[in-house]
Design a protein around this ligand. Structure first.
Ligand code: NDP
Length: 295
């Protein structure tokens, strides 16, 4: 391996420390801690784990964290009524509805009900639109975390060729918008892209957000490129166990790249750290306080 390992875990710890300081300043300014509410519908074990870790991280950063649980059978109307009550609660700065939702509930209708000023996941169309036109927005946590790692590694990204593989609303599209905002020349690739290896070979920056284990091969990577692997895939390992791998064939790609994120320990830890960051940012904006710098 010749590439530098991009240590997302260490960067995320630093960011969480800065968020904790910002939470103290908010407490001093507002007389209360910034407050995040996470709503979980059903008992999906993976979602329960995410929700628990979000709550714990919030409390560790000196923020208020509340969890609302609705049963798997909850109706769309019940969930929307809960979201509306949270919109109206002045002590709630951030609302996160954990996805996926059960099939009887339309994600878009629920996310569209969240007050955009409290939409710390950045999934509301108002925030997606603001990001697209270059206005201040609450930006989805995972792609914003990827951008932070890239800027930390490379500094100014102006003029670089960036290829984002994946066009989901939660990762690929906002990632591409963020890179465009940094004046990169951006290509968005997806399942219908022709000759993906050739497209990726032109990239100074590769962001893989596909959900296919080790799909991006070493010989797709331009020598010296920086590789951000968003993928989290569980694959079979020895002795009936499983292990986590990304969307990039790590060892091969690390032999070509100048820097690369590992899985786990790369992008993963950034997501929750940015969620905390977005909550403090949303809290200050709602109260008309001066924005934090350096977050
Ligand atoms: P989606 O399934 O919503 O999107 C996957 C994208 O990959 C789609 O745009 C799809 O194209 C594209 N794609 C699928 N197959 C291919 C292919 N063979 N060649 C090129 N493109 C392809 O996934 P998400 O964006 O939600 O997540 C992507 C990955 O990131 C997953 O592994 C997920 O677990 C991980 N993730 C990690 C997070 C973290 O915190 N680290 C947070 C969020 C996600 P098309 O649109 O044409 O179907």
């Amino acid at each position: 391996m010749s590439a530098t390992l991009i240590d997302g875990k260490a960067f995320a710890e630093g960011l969480r420390g800065r968020v904790a300081d910002a939470a103290k300043r908010f407490q001093a300014d507002a007389g209360r801690a910034p407050g995040l509410v996470v709503v979980l519908v059903g008992e999906d074990p993976a979602s329960s784990v995410y929700v628990r870790s979000k709550g714990k991280a919030c409390r560790e950063a000196g923020m208020e964290s509340t969890e609302h649980r609705l049963p798997e059978t909850a109706s769309q109307e019940e969930l929307i009524a809960l979201v509306k009550s949270l919109n109206a609660d002045d002590k709630v700065d951030g609302i996160l509805v954990q996805l996926p939702l059960p099939s009887q509930i339309d994600d878009k209708a629920v996310i569209g009900t969240i007050d955009p000023a409290k939409d710390v996941d950045g999934f509301h169309v108002v925030n997606a639109g603001r990001l697209a036109v270059g206005e201040d927005a609450l930006v989805p946590c995972t792609p914003l975390g990827c951008l932070m790692l890239l800027k930390d590694q490379l500094g100014d990204l102006t003029g670089m060729n960036a290829v984002v593989i994946g066009r989901s609303n939660i990762v690929g599209k906002p990632m591409a918008q963020l890179l465009l905002g940094e004046s990169c020349t951006v290509t968005i690739a997806h399942s219908r892209t022709k000759d993906l290896p050739e497209v990726v070979r032109r990239a100074d920056i590769v962001v893989a957000a596909v959900g296919r284990p080790e799909m991006v091969k070493g010989d797709w990577i331009k020598p010296g490129a920086v590789v951000i692997d968003v993928g989290i895939n569980r694959v079979p390992a020895a002795e009936g166990k499983t292990r986590l791998v990304g969307d990039v064939a790590f060892d091969e790609a690390a032999a070509q790249a100048s820097a690369i994120t590992p899985v786990p320990g790369g992008v993963g830890p950034m997501t929750i750290a940015v969620l905390l960051r977005n909550t403090v940012v949303a809290a200050r904006a709602r109260l008309g306080l001066t924005p934090e710098v350096g977050l």
